[in-house]
Design a protein around this ligand. Structure first.
Ligand code: GTP
Length: 216
C-alpha cells in the first residue's frame, strides 16, 4: 500500500497558501495566521469512497524561490501547488519562476502533477493577472500533469473544494493509473491527522498577534 499523498504548497508571501489548505481541510476561513517557515497538515479524506491520506507541506513565502529550489524536498512530493494572487502581478512572476525551475530541475524525471492556482478571486475588481484560458505560450508544461485554476479561499468554499479535488484525482491517476475516475471528496475523521491533531496544527498558526499583515 502506498503512503499518504504528499503535496507541497509554494508561492509568494501572503498569497493565501495557508488559507487555501485550511479552507480545503476544515471548510473554515481564518483571516490571519502566524507565520512559520513550514507547516504540515495531515488528514484522511474519502475520494470516491476510497480512504485517502493527505499530507500538505505549507512552505512560507518568505524567500520562496530559494526554498522551492530544494531538490530533495521536491523529489519526495506527489504533487505541487503553486499559488499566486490575482491582484499581485509579482506573485504571478514568482509562480512562473518556480514552475520554470521545477521543469528544468526535474528533467528527465517524469513530471508530477502541478497545479497553478490563482487566489483571491473575491477581489476581482482589483485583478491584475489575466484569467486562465488566456494562457500565453510560455506555459510549456506537460499538459497532462498541469492544471490551472482560480478560486477564493475567502468566500468560495465549494470552488476550493472542487479545485483541490481535481488535483487529488490527477495525483491518484498518476500514482495508480488503473484507478477509476473519482466522483467526489468527502471529509471525515480517522487515523492520520485526526481532527484534534489538525485543530492543534491550525491553532498554532492562527494568531492575530504574531504579525501585522494586510491583504494584497
Ligand atoms: N481577500 C482575500 N484575502 C485572502 C484570501 N486568501 C487569503 N487571504 C488573506 O491574505 C493574507 C495572507 O494569507 P495566508 O494564508 O497567511 O498567506 P500565505 O501565502 O500562507 O503567506 P505566508 O505564510 O507568509 O507565505 C491573510 O490576511 C488572508 O486573510 C482570499 O481568497 N481573498
Amino acid at each position: 500500500m502506498k503512503g499518504p499523498i504528499h503535496i507541497v504548497v509554494l508561492g509568494k508571501e501572503g498569497v493565501g497558501k495557508t488559507a487555501l489548505v485550511v479552507r480545503f481541510l476544515t471548510k473554515r476561513y481564518l483571516s490571519e495566521y502566524a507565520q512559520t517557515d513550514e507547516a504540515i497538515y495531515e488528514r484522511n479524506v474519502s475520494v470516491d469512497e476510497r480512504n485517502t491520506a493527505l499530507r500538505f507541506t505549507d512552505i512560507s513565502g518568505k524567500d520562496v524561490e530559494r526554498r522551492a529550489a530544494n531538490k530533495e524536498m521536491i523529489s519526495k512530493m506527489d504533487g505541487i501547488i503553486v499559488v499566486y494572487s490575482i491582484i499581485d502581478r509579482h506573485s504571478f512572476d514568482v509562480a512562473k519562476n518556480i514552475i520554470s525551475w521545477l521543469q528544468r530541475e526535474r528533467r528527465p524525471a517524469p513530471p508530477i502533477p502541478l497545479l497553478l492556482l490563482g487566489n483571491k478571486c473575491d477581489l476581482g475588481h482589483r485583478r491584475v493577472v489575466e484569467s486562465p484560458g488566456l494562457d500565453s505560450p510560455d506555459w510549456q508544461t506537460d499538459s497532462d500533469c498541469f492544471l490551472r485554476f482560480e478560486c477564493s479561499a475567502c468566500d468560495d468554499v465549494d470552488g476550493v473544494d472542487e479545485v483541490f479535488t481535481k488535483f487529488i484525482r490527477k495525483i491518484q491517476e498518476k500514482r495508480d493509473p488503473s484507478s477509476k475516475p473519482p466522483r467526489k471528496v468527502n471529509h471525515h475523521s480517522s487515523g492520520l491527522g485526526s481532527p484534534t491533531q489538525l485543530r492543534a496544527a491550525i491553532r498554532r498558526r492562527f494568531s492575530v498577534f504574531n504579525r501585522d499583515r494586510t491583504t494584497f
